[in-house]
Write a protein that binds this ligand. Structure first.
Ligand code: PEP
Ligand code: MN
Length: 345
């Protein structure tokens, strides 16, 4: 349920109103916009009498929200969420952020060399997996603790903040100094992990599961946000369809749909979505044009010998070339559809 307050509502009246709602066991989420203040109610609102709220002086309108996600809902929070990293780099609300680096951290020379190249090309965040979710238990599983140490070393060398994947809440202490924690597609519905991440106050990159709907993605974001961590970045990384020509099917139309449904930033991962380095630049440009708030791209200095995902990794020169094109396309990105009704049959 959302309550839209009148423009001239006095602070003290709003406080009394909030206290009354809290006394009914509801949580309130205030969003002060340019034109009005929205109070989002989270909890069991079935006992709340709309008429008696409508009758209050300070209230303009009251609406029930159909969607099960509340904190992630744009109806709760009209303005785009903007997330700021320690370097001052921002994502959301018109700020575009590119994260790039190898699928996995392999050794010090590799991660530092890739970090330097992606930074020179304009990436603002270094990616690299230390804990890798591999289909085969016999495949390279990542360097674990040592991988995290090398990522932090690369941050020291380049100043780039780090995004890396967590697979188990038990590993959280190792992630204390990591800037953005990634939840991989395979863990999008690991609800216990999401609850633990909800207790943090740092950005979470939440990847869409390969067979999950947008509503499920937003409900997973809701798990994190319900714990009080509002810094969630949504990521489209391709879904499973009947098509086998590409590793996954890149679901581009989710970009405007997610912007419509939610205020959270949306990034696209064309590397995992396509599986081939040749397809990454065109799909990165398409995502940029469709209004993504950022990209996450796999880049490797020696893709032929990469321990994971070499075929979808760009060489640094190709990444730099792609970045030039992304910058050229950015002014034409279409973010015109956020509010109003999505016309569907
Ligand atoms: C990754 O980013 O390396 C990764 C494993 O991604 P996903 O969870 O999207 O498969
Ligand atoms: Mn990968």
């Amino acid at each position: 349920m959302i309550v839209v307050l009148k423009k001239n509502a006095e602070k003290q009246q709003v406080e009394v109103f909030s206290a009354w709602l809290h006394s009914m066991g509801l949580e309130t989420h205030m969003s002060v916009g340019e034109n009005h203040t929205i109070v989002g109610l989270v909890g069991d609102t079935s006992r709340v009498d709309i008429e008696s709220i409508m009758a209050l002086d300070i209230v303009e309108t009251v609406r029930r929200i159909q969607e099960p996600y509340k904190n992630a809902n744009r109806k709760f929070h009209e303005a785009d969420t903007v997330i700021t990293l320690s370097t001052g780099a921002k994502i959301g609300g018109g700020h575009f952020l590119v994260m790039a680096g190898p699928c996995s951290v392999e050794n010090e020379e590799q991660i530092i060399s890739v970090a330097q190249s992606v930074k020179a090309a304009g990436a603002q965040v270094l990616r690299g997996g230390a804990f890798k979710p591999r289909t085969s238990p016999y495949a390279f599983q990542g360097l674990h603790e040592e991988g995290i140490r090398l990522l932090l070393k690369a941050r020291e060398a380049t100043g780039l903040p780090i995004v890396t994947e967590i697979m188990d809440a038990q590993h959280l202490p190792l992630f204390a100094d990591i800037d953005i924690i990634q939840v991989g597609a395979r863990n999008m519905q690991n609800f216990e992990l999401l609850k633990q991440l909800g207790k943090l106050r740092k950005p979470i990159l939440l990847k869409r599961g390969m067979a999950n709907t947008l509503q499920e993605l937003l409900m997973s974001a809701e798990y994190i946000m319900a714990g009080g961590n509002e810094q969630v970045i949504l990521c489209e990384r391709g879904i499973r369809t009947f098509e086998t020509a590409t590793r996954n099917t890149m679901d581009l139309s989710v970009i405007p749909v997610l912007h419509h449904l939610s205020h959270l930033p949306v990034v696209v991962d064309p590397s995992h979505a396509t599986g081939s380095y040749q397809l990454v630049p065109p799909m990165a440009l398409a995502a940029t044009a469709a209004g993504a708030d950022g990209l996450i791209i796999e880049v490797h200095n020696d893709p032929e010998h990469a321990l994971c995902d070499g075929p979808q990794s760009l060489r640094p020169e190709k990444f730099a070339d792609m970045m030039n094109k992304v910058r050229a396309i950015r002014p034409y990105a279409d973010r015109s559809f956020t509010t109003g009704q999505l016309a569907l049959e």
